[in-house]
Ligand binder design. Sequence first.
Ligand SMILES: [Zn+2]
Ligand SMILES: [Zn+2]
Length: 143
Amino acid sequence: MPTTSDFERMLRGAQLRVTRPRVAVLSAVHDHPHADTDSILGVVREGLREVSRQAVYDVLHALTSAGLVRRIEPPGSVARYESRVGDNHHHVVCRTCGVIADVDCAVGDTPCLTASDSHGFAIDEAEVIYWGLCPACSTTQSS
Ligand SMILES: [Zn+2]
Ligand SMILES: [Zn+2]
């Protein structure tokens, strides 16, 4: 488990000034993969009571731009954040409850699907989302 000083080192490594809200948000995203802004705000406020929603929003934006945090937004879902960056992993989303899990990319590099026709584009990514029912929801449906 990374400590506060690890998060401070990550911020400095990304040329970001170390502030308590930045450390708190980075730590919250690390502990709660695929959490949305409201959930992250709730976690951050456990330690920093006075932090505003806008401040958390701004920090998430800065962390995402700096590459410390990845933002995902499956269709029908609000934006969610995770600290697992730098790989090309995908997500499986439950159609019923919206829970999200990581799926390692079978290929590893982007783009992991070859376009049948690139139309002359220099394609650098194929966005893959797997959809289905999570174990809990498929149990409910079949009973
Ligand atoms: Zn589900
Ligand atoms: Zn993920």
